[in-house]
Design a protein around this ligand. Sequence first.
Ligand code: ATP
Ligand code: MG
Length: 331
Amino acid sequence: METVVSGIRPTGFLHLGNYFGALRSFIKMQNEADCFFFIADYHSLTTHPKSSELHTNIKNVLIDYLAAGLDPEKATIYVQSDLPETTELYLLLNMFSYVGELERCVSFKEKIKKHSDNVNAGLLTYPVLQAADVLIHNADKVPVGKDQKQHLEMARDFAQRFNYIYETEYFKLPVAYNFGNELVKLPGLDGSTKMSKSDNDASCIYLSDPPEISRKKVMKAVTDSGPTEPNQEKSQAIENLFQLMKVVSKPDTLTFFEEQYNACQIRYGDMKKQLADDIINFTAPIYKRILELRDQPHYLSRVARQGAEKAKESAVKTLKEVREIIGLKSL
Ligand code: ATP
Ligand code: MG
């Protein structure tokens, strides 16, 4: 059976980008693979969140996972920091990652531009920690959004170097994956090409947004002044609305608005109203379960505890084997 590993950082609530980029694949794959899905709290420390905020966010991501359909009886769901074995593997993998390639990593270059006052070593070695998350369970596949493709390629490189240096085929070479499709990058409501809570909170629809909030956000989405000639190329903001419609609406609905656009008859207000209805239709059952789960702290801690135990079994085994290959054996 294949092993699948992935995680999401607890930097706030989960949005539709997280869902269609990663979470949807988690939910589908839990039925057919040995799955480990974690809450990447170590990863969120690069921005120094307040401890109370971090703790709340970890709980909220667990709630979002469960409400969206992750089943703790099928998949191993755990909090990354409950598995300190990951950090030992991270140390070991640092020996197989080169400073130059870490500095050239696109996400690192973006982060140092945005947060020039906090270029910590954790940011530089972020892809190494991510590789450790994946290799600690010797994964085959990693469901992630398109923005994570380069990090996964680096994880493969580190694994391959380890295998080469120790003349072994121990690590499988994990691939970035989206269930049945190409990797996804869902755009924002603000005209940006990526829905992202850290770039612009207003660009996001969260799974935990009450329906009336989702509607307000969609109705405020950026548009343009409308097409002036048939089959005109779409502006980024309008392309985004169509892309969002593609994931939540019926194909007929999408075709209808495409035709309206191409005939210069589109009314963006009508399109947004339809998009809001379809988004709410999609998020409302998840939102309902989120409200229920917020009142079940004992259940949540049981899920996290059981997940940590199961993840530990797998991690301890990997680490023992890796230590042996390296020569870190007890005297
Ligand atoms: P931040 O904005 O703080 O970076 P994020 O929403 O990007 O947060 P991450 O924890 O970085 O969240 O990513 C979690 C998962 O969601 C990753 O697999 C990532 O590829 C995916 N993801 C995030 N945003 C999108 C998006 N707009 N479209 C598709 N996938 C996305
Ligand atoms: Mg991100």
